[in-house]
Design a binder for this molecule. Structure first.
Ligand code: UT7
Length: 318
C-alpha cells in the first residue's frame, strides 16, 4: 500500500506587497530583486491573521477536494517556524478550529524543508498502520520575524499556507522520502532570539548569510533528487514535475540544470509568493494540481532545503 495525496489546498493573505512598494521603504529596487531572486511580489498577513488561520483556509480547500470531513482525519502535522504561540502547537490550534478531535496533532520545525519533513513523517506513520487519513500543512507568517530595515532579507519572504490530505492507496502515492540535516551550518540561516523570563534575549529577526545559503541549497537540492531517483531505479527523465522550495529563481534554475530538466517541467510560484518557507512547496503543488498540469500517473518530485540546515525530497506517483 502507498499513501496518496487525494486533496490539496492553499491560502494567501489578501495584502500584496510589490517590489516597488518595498523600494519606497528600504534601499532596494524592483530591478535588483527581480534579477537576483525572480520575486515580483509577496503576500503579507494582516495583524490579526495567524499561521493557524491561513492553515485553516488551506485545509478546508484540501478537505473539500478530497471529499473528506475533519472527523475523517486522524493525524494533523503542521510544518511551521512561525507558530501561533510557544505552545500549544499550531496543529492543536488548527485541529480545534477545524472542529476535529482525538487524532494526533503536532508541529514540525524544519524551516523551509518543513513540508517535506512533515510528509515524510506522515507517510511513515501511515505505513505503520495507525493512521488512515492525514492532513499535512506548511503554513507561515514570516513577515513577523523579518527586520524590515534589512534589505538583505526583508525583500525575500512572504506569508501563506498549503495543505494536503493523504489516504491509503493500492497503486499510486508517495514512492519514497529522503530527509537530511547538518546542524553544523545552523548559523548561516537562523532566528537566534529566545524568550527568557518575560523578555526576548537575542535577535528575534531572520539572519541569513545569503551567499553561503545559496551555494548549499544548489548542491543539496540536486543531490537529494538524485538520491530519490537512485532509490527508485529511475532516470532523470522520469521526473514529470519538479516542485522545489521557492526561495530564488536562480537556485531553482541551477537545480533543474543539474537534473537536466527543462524549466517547463518545473513549477514556479516564486515571482508571486516570494519565499514562504514551509508553505512554498504545498502552495506550488496546489497551483499545479488545480490548473491541471499534474496528471494521474505522473511522477512529481518535491525538494526542499532550509535552516538547520535541513533538506529532503518526496517522490510521488500522482
Ligand atoms: O529558504 C532558504 C533560504 N534562503 C535562500 O535560499 C536564499 C539564498 N540566497 C540568495 O537567494 C541570494 O544570496 C540573495 C538573493 C540573498 C542575495 O543575492 P546575491 O547575488 O548573493 O547578492 P549578494 O549577497 O552577493 O549581494 C550583492 C550586493 C551587495 O552589495 P555590495 O556589497 O556588492 O555593494 C548587497 O549589499 O547586493 C546588495 N544587496 C541589495 N541591493 C539592493 C543585498 N540586498 C539588496 C537589496 N537591494 N534588497
Amino acid at each position: 500500500m502507498l499513501n496518496r495525496i487525494i486533496g490539496t489546498g492553499s491560502a494567501l493573505p489578501a495584502r500584496v506587497l510589490s517590489n516597488a512598494e518595498l523600494a519606497s521603504r528600504v534601499a532596494t529596487s524592483d530591478e535588483w530583486i527581480t534579477t537576483r531572486t525572480g520575486i515580483r511580489q509577496r503576500h503579507i498577513a494582516a495583524a490579526e491573521e495567524s499561521t493557524s488561520d491561513l492553515a485553516l483556509r488551506a485545509c478546508r480547500q484540501a478537505l473539500e477536494m478530497a471529499g473528506k470531513t475533519p472527523q475523517d482525519i486522524d493525524l494533523i502535522i503542521v510544518a511551521t517556524s512561525t507558530p501561533d504561540m510557544v505552545f500549544p502547537s499550531t496543529a492543536c490550534i488548527l485541529q480545534d478550529k477545524l472542529g476535529a478531535k482525538g487524532g494526533a496533532a503536532f508541529d514540525v520545525q524544519a524551516v523551509c524543508s518543513g513540508f517535506v519533513y512533515a510528509l515524510g513523517i506522515a507517510d511513515a506513520m501511515m505505513r505503520a498502520g495507525t493512521v488512515r487519513h492525514a492532513l499535512v500543512v506548511g503554513a507561515e507568517v514570516f513577515s513577523r520575524i523579518l527586520d524590515w530595515n534589512d534589505r538583505g532579507t526583508c525583500v525575500l519572504f512572504g506569508d501563506g499556507a498549503g495543505a494536503v490530505v493523504l489516504a491509503r492507496d493500492a497503486e499510486r502515492g508517495i514512492l519514497s522520502t529522503h530527509l537530511h540535516a547538518d546542524g553544523s551550518h545552523r548559523d548561516i540561516l537562523c532566528v537566534p532570539g529566545q524568550i527568557d523570563s518575560g523578555a526576548v534575549r537575542g535577535s528575534p529577526f531572520v539572519h541569513m548569510e545569503g551567499n553561503a545559503v545559496f551555494k548549499f541549497a544548489v548542491r543539496v537540492l540536486a543531490e537529494v533528487a538524485e538520491e530519490a531517483l537512485r532509490a527508485n531505479d529511475l532516470p532523470q527523465a522520469a521526473i514529470d514535475w519538479l516542485i522545489p522550495h521557492q526561495a530564488n529563481i536562480r537556485i531553482i534554475e541551477a537545480t533543474a540544470k543539474k537534473l537536466e530538466l527543462p524549466m517547463n517541467r518545473v513549477v514556479l510560484t516564486v515571482a508571486q509568493h516570494g519565499n514562504t518557507s514551509a508553505a512554498s512547496i504545498p502552495l506550488a503543488l496546489d497551483q499545479a494540481v488545480r490548473d491541471g498540469r499534474v496528471q494521474p500517473g505522473q511522477r512529481v518530485m518535491l525538494v526542499g532545503v532550509g535552516g538547520g540546515f535541513t533538506w529532503g525530497s518526496v517522490l510521488i506517483k500522482w
